[in-house]
Design a protein around this ligand. Structure first.
Ligand SMILES: [Fe+2]
Ligand SMILES: [Fe+2]
Length: 195
């Protein structure tokens, strides 16, 4: 029995219910799964593998840090209990979950690992990425958060692995840079300077 996408969505949503309203909620997972579907199609990757791993990639946040490791364990348990996927396929899925954090950028082996990694990072680009960082930084001063965005978000685009990811995220990257410089100007009211 292959993973039933609707059933798996239900399981992941339920497991992640305590994360609602955070930067790593089920809503983030849904966006990543949609982005990953586009990339898998464009890159002619294994769509079922990509979708299963994308849905499970952040489930570890509901358990604890390091979320990729706790997530990999939970993903394996869910797949073993709710599907009869062969071990080799479960292992491939679990590896995608394990290797999705930014630190694994140069250790990715399969196209599907690269696609889920890219999809997850594309959700950190553009206005949505900035909004997520503001949410995550909570009560920190806006100036601090803008600097964190500049340091952490700006380099992400150049790290994307697949040509399709770089293509579809080009506009988002432009928006990342434009929005952050607008924010910087507005925080100092420089944009209102009379010339
Ligand atoms: Fe993650
Ligand atoms: Fe994620």
């Amino acid at each position: 029995m292959n993973p039933n996408p609707k059933k798996l969505e239900e399981i992941v949503r339920e497991n992640m219910s305590s994360l609602e309203g955070t930067a790593h909620s089920y809503a983030h997972v849904e966006r990543v799964a949609k982005i990953a579907a586009i990339l898998a199609e464009k890159e002619k990757a294994d769509q079922e593998l990509v979708q299963t791993a994308a849905l499970l990639h952040d489930i570890g946040y509901a358990v604890g840090e390091p979320h990729n490791e706790t997530g990999a364990k939970l993903a394996r348990m869910i797949l073993e209990q709710t599907t009869n996927l062969p071990e080799q396929r479960i292992e491939k899925t679990v590896k995608i979950v394990l290797r999705h954090p930014i630190a694994f950028r140069d250790k990715l082996e399969t196209l599907e690992e690269k696609i889920v990694w890219d999809a997850d990072k594309i959700d950190l680009l553009g206005v949505i990425g900035i909004a997520r960082v503001f949410h995550w930084m909570g009560k920190k001063p806006f100036e601090t958060t803008v600097n964190v965005c500049l340091e952490e978000l700006k380099p992400i685009y150049s790290l994307l692995n697949t040509p399709s990811a770089r293509k579809i995220a080009r506009e988002r990257q432009r928006r990342t840079i434009a929005s952050l410089s607008a924010l910087k100007e507005e925080l100092s009211t420089e944009d209102l300077r009379i010339s």
